[in-house]
Design a protein around this ligand. Structure first.
Ligand code: PLP
Length: 355
C-alpha cells in the first residue's frame, strides 16, 4: 500500500463540515472527481437581448459526468460505500444514471440503472461505458422508478435514488453555498438577487434552498451560511408539457397540481408527481420566488440562443431555465440591474434534442 499526503478538499467537499442534515457525510471517505466549483460566466449578449445587465450562468454541465447530478451523487455514493453497500441501483432519465454508474465504478461497486427505453442514446451509452448494467423500462417514468425501488430492496443493494434519497439533496447544498460565495463576490447593491433553475423532482432546488435558508425552509435566517448579501429569490423552471409546480404556483396552491404529462424534449424534468413538490412551493413562497413553465418550442429557442449568443451548449432540459428567465424579465419580476444566476444543469453533448 502506498501512502501519500491527502490533497486539500476541493469542489463540493470544501463544504463537508457545513452540509446540513446527515452526520455520516462528515466521516465518509470521499468518492470524488472534483465535482462542484463549476464556472460562473456572465451572459452579456444574451442578457442584453432580454434587458438584463447582470445575468450569470453557472455551468454545471462542466461536472465530471456532464450534469449537476454529480454534486449529490458524490456524497450519496460515498456514504453508501461507508455503510457497506456493494451494489447500487438507480432510476433515471439518463443523467443521474450516468452519474451513479460513474461513481460506482470509482468506488469499485457494481451498479444497475433503470432508464426509460426512449432516453437519449448518448446517455445510455455513457451508463454502459462505466460498466453498469442498463435495464430499459418501457412506459412512463414512474414505471422506471418502481422497477428500481423493487431491485433496491434486496440485501447489499442500495437505491441511490436522486428523487427519494435525502443524501442526494445534501450534496446539492453545495450549489447554494457556491452561489452565495459568487453573489458575495459580485455584490448585489441592495437589489434582489435571483437563482433560476430547472425543476423536475426538485432535488437540486431543495438542496440550494436548504443551503441558503438553513435546515428548514420555515426558518428565515441564513442558517450556517457565511455572510451573503441576502436571501435570493428562487425561481423554478418547467415545461408546459409537465408543470405540476408552475401550475400550482400560478393558482396559489401549496401542493403540486395533478397533471398529465405530454411528450417533451425536457426529459430531465418530466416528473409528474414530484415527492418534494410541497417543499418546493414552500421554498418559492419563503424566498419571494416564482415558478414558470414555457412551451417546448420556446425552450428550444432558448437553447439555440444560448449557443449562438454565448457559446454555451446546453441540453433542452437546462434551457428551460433560460426560457423562464426571459419570461421573468419580460414580466418585470426580475429587474434590469438585479443579479441573476441561471443554472445550466447539463451539457448538450449528451442530449442535443431536436435541431
Ligand atoms: C435531473 C436534471 C434536472 C432536474 O433536476 P431535479 O433535481 O430532478 O429537479 C435538470 N436538468 C438536468 C440536466 C438534469 O439532469
Amino acid at each position: 500500500m502506498t501512502t501519500s499526503l491527502p490533497l486539500p478538499a476541493s469542489g463540493i467537499w470544501r463544504f463537508r463540515s457545513r452540509f446540513l442534515g446527515d452526520n455520516r457525510v462528515s466521516t465518509a471517505p470521499a468518492i470524488t472527481m472534483g465535482e462542484g466549483d463549476t464556472p460562473v460566466v456572465p451572459l452579456s449578449r444574451w442578457g442584453a437581448r432580454h434587458g438584463l445587465n447582470r445575468v450569470y450562468a453557472k455551468l454545471d454541465g462542466a461536472n465530471p459526468t456532464g450534469s449537476y447530478k454529480d454534486r449529490g451523487m458524490s456524497i450519496l455514493v460515498s456514504v453508501a460505500r461507508a455503510i457497506g453497500a456493494s451494489h447500487l441501483v438507480e432510476d433515471s432519465s439518463g443523467n443521474a444514471g450516468a452519474s451513479a454508474a460513474a461513481y460506482a465504478a470509482r468506488a469499485g461497486m457494481s451498479c444497475t440503472v433503470y432508464a426509460p427505453a426512449n432516453a437519449p442514446a448518448p446517455k445510455l451509452r455513457q451508463i454502459r461505458a462505466y460498466g453498469a448494467e442498463l435495464i430499459p423500462v418501457p412506459g412512463p417514468r414512474s414505471a422506471v422508478a418502481d422497477a428500481a425501488r423493487n431491485a433496491g430492496s434486496v440485501p447489499g443493494a442500495y437505491h441511490v435514488s436522486h428523487n427519494d434519497n435525502p443524501l442526494f439533496v445534501v450534496g446539492n447544498q453545495s450549489l447554494g453555498f457556491e452561489l452565495s460565495e459568487s453573489a458575495g463576490a459580485l455584490g448585489c447593491d441592495g437589489l434582489p438577487w435571483h437563482i433560476v433553475m430547472p425543476v423536475g423532482g426538485g432535488a437540486l432546488f431543495m438542496g440550494a434552498a436548504m443551503a441558503l435558508l438553513g435546515s428548514s425552509t420555515d426558518q428565515t435566517g441564513p442558517g450556517e451560511l457565511s455572510p451573503a448579501p441576502s436571501i435570493p429569490r428562487l425561481h423554478a423552471a418547467q415545461t408546459t408539457h409537465c408543470a405540476p409546480i408552475a401550475e400550482a404556483f400560478g393558482r396559489g396552491e401549496p401542493d403540486p397540481a395533478s397533471v398529465v404529462r405530454r411528450p417533451t424534449v425536457c426529459g430531465g424534468i418530466e416528473i409528474e408527481r414530484p415527492h418534494r413538490g410541497s417543499d418546493i412551493l414552500h421554498a418559492i413562497a419563503a424566498t419571494g420566488g416564482s415558478a414558470v413553465a414555457r412551451d417546448d418550442t420556446d425552450i428550444l429557442k432558448a437553447r439555440d440562443d444560448l449557443a449562438m449568443l454565448e457559446g454555451i451548449y446546453a441540453e433542452p432540459t437546462s434551457a428551460s431555465a433560460l426560457a423562464a428567465l426571459a419570461q421573468l424579465a419580460a414580466a418585470g419580476t426580475i429587474g434590469p440591474d438585479d443579479l441573476v444566476f441561471v443554472i445550466v444543469t447539463g451539457s448538450g453533448l449528451k442530449d442535443p434534442g431536436p435541431a
